[in-house]
Design a protein around this ligand. Structure first.
Ligand code: NAP
Ligand code: G4F
Length: 340
């Protein structure tokens, strides 16, 4: 039986990846950090909590990481743990750079020292392209990160490539573009929108949804498709870097319109910039309001990846399209709101 360790097991991708690896017959070790209120709610929702062996893990505790590698020597390690919210990275830049950058060097050092046969996947990010230098972005598009998060992930990305070239480790960064699901954290914009709209539909909440820059564009895919690609990257005969994306981009404004439509809203935009509002044509009610509080110190305006290399070499392509994703998320949140 192959063994896999997944750090960040309590997050969105951790649950999807664990479920996928269990279906492939893996023994899965789920690494989590102790908290006062651990609920493992996503693992419970996936119905897999009792099928995973949970182990204590902290990205910044090198001794803990070394002990894990010495004791378990997993066949594969998927590093999904990170301070992953871009906005928070300006509030906590030192911590973000330590955890998301240095933490990955700790992992690579422990693998190099105690378990050099372990194959390592690093969750790299399209945030590294930031102020994009090329459209669409491919594997060798120059990087230009725009946040402490992007900077820290770029350090981790190059550390992976360097440990692979220097010490022969099988360490692969997969550059993930935004991917969403009904398990997405509530602070990320897609889930913030679907949770709020579901509340409006089910509980008749009248408070408008407040958003920042609604003109930013993202290449949004489905998390379930992207975790499969993480696994495929580690099954290839040589370590390499891949873009994981859909090749389509949509603005936050479009995501609001598409999910709003599902809720029966016909949103018409009025005003400009900070004064912009989205009004439901049928009822005249304000559904969305721009609030500059959610603007970022430096914005990533446009992301769109070209997944051609993944398709050609690994045979991967995303199964869930943009509209299907919008529907999946809003439908799931309406159901959850009803059941609460
Ligand atoms: P997520 O839902 O925010 O999950 C992050 C996970 O990391 C959580 O399990 C969290 O544990 C854990 N974690 C955070 N800091 C830690 C620390 N110091 N030590 C140990 N564990 C820690 O993120 P996700 O959406 O699943 O994303 C998975 C990975 O892909 C992340 O590395 C993210 O940066 C990267 N990525 C994501 C996307 C995307 O669109 N989702 C795109 C590109 C790259 P707690 O539950 O205890 O907080
Ligand atoms: O949903 P977001 O917070 O995701 P962001 O910043 O793109 O980061 C996500 O994707 C990255 C991959 O590119 C990951 F590496 C990262 O870990 C994370 O998963 O914001 C998306 C866009 C931004 O342009 C933001 O300014 O939405 C804009 N936005 C507008 N109003 C908002 C809001 N974002 C949030 N979170 N909340 C708002 O109210």
């Amino acid at each position: 039986m192959k063994t896999a360790m997944i750090s960040g097991i309590t997050g969105q991708d951790g649950g999807y990846l664990a479920k996928f690896l269990l279906s492939k017959g893996y023994k899965v070790y789920g690494l989590y950090r102790r908290g006062a209120t651990n609920t493992f709610s996503k693992l419970k929702e996936h119905g897999i909590l009792d099928k995973i062996e949970l182990l204590d893990f902290e990205l910044l505790e090198f001794s803990n990481i070394c002990r894990l590698m010495i004791k378990y020597q997993p066949d594969e390690f998927y590093n999904l743990a990170a301070q992953s919210f871009v906005a928070t990275s300006w509030e906590e830049p030192v911590y973000t750079i330590q955890a998301d950058g240095l933490g990955v060097v700790y992992l690579l050092e422990a693998i190099r020292g105690f378990s050099p046969k372990t194959k390592f996947y690093q969750a790299s990010t399209s945030e590294m392209f930031g102020k994009v230098q090329e459209i669409p972005q491919v594997e060798n598009t120059p990087f230009y990160p725009r946040s402490p998060y992007g900077v820290s992930k770029l350090m981790a990305h190059w550390a992976c490539i360097n440990y692979s070239e220097s010490f022969g480790l099988f360490a692969c960064p997969g550059i993930l573009f935004n991917h969403e699901s009904p398990m997405r954290g509530s602070e990320f914009v897609t889930r913030k929108i679907t949770l709020h709209f579901a509340d409006m539909v089910v509980n008749k909440t009248e408070k408008p949804l407040e958003l920042g820059n609604i003109n930013a564009k993202r290449d949004w895919g489905f998390a379930g498709d992207y975790v499969e690609m993480m696994w495929m990257i580690l099954q290839h005969h040589t370590p390499d870097t891949y873009i994981v994306a859909t090749g389509e981009t949509h603005s936050i404004r479009e995501f609001v319109e598409e999910t709003g439509k599902y809720c029966g809203f016909d949103i018409q935009w009025q005003g400009k910039d900070e004064k912009e509002i989205g009004v439901d044509k049928k009822t005249g009610k304000i559904i969305v309001k721009v609030n500059p509080q959610y603007y970022r110190p430096a914005e990533v305006e446009l992301l769109i990846g070209n997944p051609e290399k993944a398709r050609k070499i690994l045979g991967w392509s995303p199964k869930v399209g943009y509209k299907e994703l919008c529907q999946m998320m809003i439908k799931a949140d309406i159901e959850k709101a009803k059941n609460n």
